[in-house]
Design a protein around this ligand. Structure first.
Ligand code: NDP
Length: 330
């Protein structure tokens, strides 16, 4: 098996040299174990937090031990009766080409007619996150004005479509012209947080939605949060899903200077971690799966080729180089 490790905890943006590729022979399968040849690996922003050596809501990665992450592959050897050779599975033994795991740590793939890698993106953890944040945390209602940051990423691109489908007026914040075009093509008013808008994001959001927002779906933090707070309606709900603008900061930075807007607008701001809501994954699949299958929900993927490119794919998340889900194909 070939797998990646990190040799140190990153300071700031992780350097490419931090990631090392190793090769090791796998032991014989123990009773109950399976061996999986991975076909797709997921890289996700939360992995940056696991590299920092501190426990948050999840254990940190160990230095010089195989990194972990979601992956999809095919069982190539099995001593677990439920997972015969040839079964397609999802598991957390990513950042490697061949994984060996107890059968209890595998899931078979749901049966929608979608490419298998959709179960790492729109019908996997990021999709479930978008659905949870919008419906269960922000409690979006039909007709709401909804603002989404990181709107063209894995989570954001489903959040904007679900909000549209629920009858919302949707504004998306993203960082490149390609992403803005994708959003506009999906009926989302798109606002860049870069370039001339950077110093006046509040004005740009006001222009996009003069009435203000009932819901803010937060993926980014920093200046996006500050501008969003200025544009809330009374009684607005903020689902705090992520704050990627901060993940490479070495020390906490000052919060938004206008946090008092939460008070002035009588708003509610609530963070959530998708794993706490995983019992609702079947409900999410039932609602969203058929719409992905029949094309009513669209999704994008950005694919890097080959295990060697996994760190590059991961680092690109922080450059905004991905549209939709960032994946590695093996
Ligand atoms: P994305 O596919 O959205 O990829 C990351 C994107 O973030 C980039 O493409 C880039 O888009 C944007 N970005 C990167 N750096 C910055 C920055 N400094 N300032 C502003 N934007 C930046 O990733 P995901 O969809 O997987 O995740 C989106 C968010 O959701 C993350 O914050 C993640 O941590 C969070 N998340 C939370 C979960 C939970 O359980 N709470 C579960 C899953 C994800 P652009 O070009 O627009 O800048």
């Amino acid at each position: 098996s070939r797998f990646f490790t990190i040799n140190d905890h990153p300071q700031g943006t992780p350097a490419r040299e931090l990631f090392e590729l190793h090769e090791q022979a796998l032991p014989e399968l123990a009773e109950g174990e399976v061996r999986v040849r991975n076909s797709w690996l997921s890289v996700d922003p939360y992995m940056r937090g696991r590299m920092s050596g501190v426990t948050t809501y999840i254990e940190p990665f160990e230095l010089n031990a195989p990194l972990e992450g979601a992956a999809i592959g095919e069982v190539i050897e099995s001593r677990a009766a439920e997972f015969p050779v040839g079964t397609k599975v999802r598991h957390m033994g990513g950042w490697r080409d061949v994984a060996q795991l107890p059968g209890a740590e595998l899931e078979t793939l749901p049966a929608y007619e979608v490419p298998e890698q959709a179960y790492l993106g729109v019908l996997g953890m990021p999709g479930m996150t978008a659905w949870t944040g919008l419906n269960r945390i922000a409690e979006m209602q039909e007709g709401d004005n909804v603002l989404v940051s990181g709107a063209a990423g894995a989570v954001g691109s489903l959040a904007v479509q679900l909000a549209k489908a629920k009858g919302g007026t949707v504004v998306g914040i993203a960082g490149s012209q390609e992403k803005l075009d994708w959003l506009e093509a999906h009926g989302v008013k798109a606002v860049s947080y870069k370039g001339k808008n950077a110093p006046q994001l509040t004005e740009a959001l006001n222009a996009a939605c003069p009435e203000g927002f009932d819901v803010y779906y937060e993926n980014v933090g920093g200046t996006c949060l500050e501008a969003a707070l200025n544009t809330l309606k009374v009684g607005a709900r903020i689902a705090v899903c992520g704050m990627i603008a901060r993940y490479n900061d070495d020390a906490p930075s000052a919060g938004p200077g206008n946090l008092a807007m939460i008070l002035i607008r009588r708003a509610r701001m609530e963070g959530f971690i998708v794993f706490d809501h995983w019992a609702h994954y079947p409900q999410f699949l039932e609602e969203v799966g058929p719409q992905v299958e029949n094309g009513r929900i669209d999704y994008e993927e950005t694919v890097e080729e080959g295990l060697e490119r996994t760190p590059d794919a991961f680092l690109k998340l922080f450059e905004g180089a991905n549209r939709g889900k960032m994946l590695v194909r093996l």
